[in-house]
Design a protein around this ligand. Structure first.
Ligand code: G3I
Length: 322
C-alpha cells in the first residue's frame, strides 16, 4: 500500500481534488484514499445549478456534497459569481438593482443549502484583467453593476453563511502584473471592511511557468494582507503554453523529468508557507480526464497529475511525498 497523500500532508494542508459526477465514480478509490477535500469542477456553477430564473437544479451538486458528508471530506464551493458558465438570462432585461438582487437570491439559495458541508467559497472568480492597462476583466457583471458587484457578492455570501471562509479566486496569480492587481483589490476590500478571508491561487501551471521566484513573491504579497491562501486548481501541464504540438501519444522523457522536478519544487514552497496555505487542490485526479485535454488544443492529451490514466501513481507521486 502506498502512502496516502492526505496523511503525508496532514500537518501541512488539506489535499483536494476537483470532481464531477463521472470522476466521482471512475476515480473513487483514489479520491477515498488520497484526498481530504473536494471541489465541484462544474456542477455548482451558475449554468448548472440555476439554469433558468426560477429553476434551480441541485441534482449533481447534491451528489458531490453527499459524498463529502458521508466520507468526511472537506468541500470547497466553486463558484458563486463568474463571467463564464453563467446563463444569458441573468444579464438580460435587467439593470444594476435587479441584477444585484438576483445575485443575492442566487448566493443565498446555494450557500444556505450547502452550509453544513462547504467551509470555503470561491465567491468571485477571475474578475481581474491579465493586462496592466485594464484593472477589471470585461464581464456582464461589471457592465451592469460596476465594480461594486465584487463587494456585494462577498457581503451576500457572508450574510448567508457567517462561518464560511470567503475567497477571491484567480489564475495567473503569480504573474507580477496580475498579482499586484489582486493584492490591490483584496487590500481595498479589506480596508472597506468587506468580509473577504482568502485568495485562491488557481495554479494552472506548466513545466516551465511560473518560476519559483514568482510564486514566492506572490505568496509573500498575499500573506502580507493577513488572508488565508488556498491553492485551488492545480495542474502542471507538460506543454509550455506556446507549444502547439498535437502529435504526442505520451509525454517525452524531458517532460516527465521536468514535471517531477517542478512538482517537487511546488510542494516544497507550499510547505514553506504551510502556516498560510489551508489547502492544495488539484483540478482533477488522474490523467484519464482533465480539462487540459481540450485546452488550449482541442483533443490533445495532457498528463498533468500525479496519477496516470489507469489510476496508478506516477513516479512524480513519489517525488512529492519524499
Ligand atoms: O455540459 C456540456 C454538455 O452538455 C455538452 O455535451 C458538452 C459538449 O462539449 O459540453 C459540456 O459542457 C462542458 C463543461 O465543461 C462540462 O463538462 C463545456 O463544453 C466545457 O467548456 C466546460 O469546461 C469547463 C471550463 O471550466 C469552462 O470554462 C471545464 O470542465 C472546467 O474544468 C473549467 O474550470 C475552470 C474553473 O472553473 C475556473 N478556472 C479555470 C478552470 C479551467 O478553465
Amino acid at each position: 500500500q502506498i502512502p496516502s497523500l492526505k496523511e503525508v500532508f496532514k500537518t501541512d494542508f488539506h489535499i483536494g481534488a476537483a470532481v464531477n459526477p463521472k470522476t466521482l465514480k471512475s476515480s473513487k478509490e483514489l479520491l477515498d484514499y488520497h484526498f481530504s477535500s473536494i471541489t465541484a469542477e462544474n456542477v455548482m456553477k451558475f449554468e448548472v445549478i440555476h439554469p433558468k430564473k426560477d429553476t434551480y437544479d441541485f441534482t449533481q451538486a447534491d451528489l458531490l456534497a453527499d459524498y463529502a458528508r458521508k466520507n468526511d471530506k472537506k468541500m470547497r464551493g466553486h463558484t458563486l459569481v463568474w463571467h463564464n458558465q453563467t446563463p444569458n438570462w441573468v444579464f438580460e432585461n435587467t439593470n444594476k438593482e435587479k441584477v444585484l438582487s438576483m445575485m443575492k437570491q442566487h448566493i443565498f439559495k446555494i450557500v444556505e443549502r450547502y452550509k453544513d458541508v462547504v467551509h470555503a467559497w470561491d465567491v468571485v472568480n477571475e474578475a481581474i484583467d491579465d493586462k496592466a492597462e485594464t484593472f477589471y476583466r470585461k464581464s456582464p457583471w461589471l457592465d451592469l453593476a460596476g465594480e461594486e458587484f465584487i463587494e456585494k457578492a462577498f457581503l451576500f455570501a457572508h450574510e448567508a453563511d457567517p462561518q464560511a471562509t470567503l475567497f477571491y479566486n484567480d489564475y495567473n496569480a503569480c504573474d507580477p502584473v496580475k498579482s499586484e492587481k489582486i493584492y490591490q483589490l483584496v487590500k481595498r476590500l479589506k480596508e472597506k471592511g468587506v468580509p473577504i478571508h482568502g485568495i485562491g491561487m488557481q495554479a494552472h501551471w506548466n513545466i516551465y511557468d511560473p518560476s519559483i521566484d514568482e510564486i514566492r513573491a506572490a505568496i509573500k504579497k498575499y500573506v502580507s494582507l493577513g488572508v488565508e491562501i488556498h491553492i485551488t486548481e492545480m495542474d502542471v501541464s507538460v506543454f509550455e503554453f506556446e507549444d502547439k504540438r498535437t502529435d504526442l501519444t505520451q509525454p517525452t522523457e524531458e517532460m516527465i523529468s521536468m514535471q517531477q522536478k517542478r512538482y517537487r519544487e511546488f510542494f516544497d514552497i507550499f510547505k514553506e508557507y504551510k502556516e498560510h496555505i489551508g489547502s492544495v487542490t488539484f483540478w482533477g485526479i488522474a490523467d484519464d480526464y482533465t480539462w487540459l485535454d481540450d485546452f488550449p488544443q482541442k483533443g490533445r492529451k495532457n498528463w498533468p497529475f500525479l496519477f496516470d490514466d489507469k489510476q496508478q501513481p506516477k513516479e512524480v507521486f513519489f517525488h512529492i511525498i519524499k
